[in-house]
Design a binder for this molecule. Structure first.
Ligand SMILES: Cc1cc2nc3c(=O)[nH]c(=O)nc-3n(C[C@H](O)[C@H](O)[C@H](O)COP(=O)(O)OP(=O)(O)OC[C@H]3O[C@@H](n4cnc5c(N)ncnc54)[C@H](O)[C@@H]3O)c2cc1C
Ligand code: FES
Length: 282
């Protein structure tokens, strides 16, 4: 069992942070790697990236958005409760080298995944500009942490309620125009965001790493559920990734595969909400 030792709600309760006791994973994990969690015996296996690790304390931190039945079930877990299974570290770690100027672009909960990558880039000696975005001010996460992890931070909101109005791509264009010597871009967030960031950095000839989030089941390269097309080749995101060359990913295929179970997921969530409502009345 993997006990929750710290829990925080962010973005009006739509995003949850859990710090979990998992000493073996905390000891081995590197930025960019993920775990697969199960709340209980009948629970679904859910992949989540580690936003932080603390080897001394023996804990890992996950930050997830509540989007469906399993993440809604996770949200009911309080400090002192445990996940039944946490498997990891899975996937390849982010390849971070001292290259000079880098730009890190994070959107939505992708900001949580970007946090350890940003910090590692600063620690190795790169000059880090960070751009983070959310639909609206109330949904923005980890602003203080990202400011500390980078040399400069640009905050964007789609509706202009905070920071720079507009999408992260608009801020990225300005950064790329003003810094012709940027050597690397990391982009993590919704699939359309990664697609358009990659399209832009290709025009500026800046190598770009994206972290893909296809549907995963086993997380060890056996089921094929997480297959993505990169540079015309089939890759398994759980073992070959989850990070890939952003200029080579077939984003449209990824987007359509992610929506494959939309109707079933909707039905599951509706049934879960009905059951939760009935249980609350008892
Ligand atoms: C390597 C990896 C790292 C991830 N890291 C994070 C993270 O740090 N924070 C975060 O908020 N989310 C992360 N995700 C996405 C997260 O796994 C999904 O949001 C979660 O599985 C949704 O499950 P659900 O039952 O709550 O929602 P559902 O209603 O079942 O599904 C909602 C949507 O989530 C996606 N999804 C559903 N099942 C899976 C699955 N087994 N594997 C992957 N995606 C699925 C699909 O796009 C689906 O349409 C990551 C995904 C991957 C593959
Ligand atoms: S999740 Fe099964 S092969 Fe990747």
């Amino acid at each position: 069992m993997f006990k929750i030792v710290n829990r925080k709600e962010m973005a009006q309760g739509t995003v949850i942070l859990n710090e979990i006791e998992a000493p073996l994973i905390a000891n081995k994990a590197k930025p960019g790697q993920f775990v697969i969690l199960k709340a209980d015996e009948t629970g679904e296996r859910i992949p989540l990236t580690m936003a932080n690790t603390n080897p001394e304390k023996g804990t890992i931190t996950i930050i997830y958005m509540v989007v469906g039945k399993s993440t809604a079930r996770f949200k009911t877990l309080k400090v002192g409760d445990s996940y039944m299974d946490v498997i990891g570290p899975l996937g390849k770690a982010t390849d971070i080298e001292k290259v000079g100027k880098v730009v890190c672009v994070g959107g939505g909960t992708g900001v949580a995944v970007m946090h350890p990558i940003t910090r590692a880039n600063k620690l190795i000696g790169n000059d880090v500009t960070c751009i983070i975005g959310a639909k609206t001010k109330d949904l923005l996460i980890l602003e203080d942490e990202m400011r500390a992890a980078s040399h400069r931070l640009i905050v964007c909101t789609d509706d202009g309620s905070y920071g720079k109005p507009g999408f992260v791509t608009e801020a990225l264009k300005e950064v790329l125009e003003a810094n012709k010597d940027i050597k690397m871009c990391y982009a993590i967030g919704p699939v359309p965001m990664m697609k358009f960031v990659s399209k832009m950095t290709k025009e500026y000839n800046v190598p770009t790493i994206v972290s893909l989030n296809p549907i995963m089941v086993d997380g060890t390269g056996m089921c094929g559920g997480c297959r993505v097309t990169v540079g015309g080749e089939t890759k398994f995101a759980c073992v070959d990734g989850p990070e890939f060359d952003g200029h080579k990913v077939d984003y449209d295929e990824l987007f359509s595969r992610l929506a494959s179970y939309f109707e079933d997921e909707k039905k599951c969530m509706e049934e879960y909400c009905k059951l939760a409502e009935a249980a609350a009345k008892l």
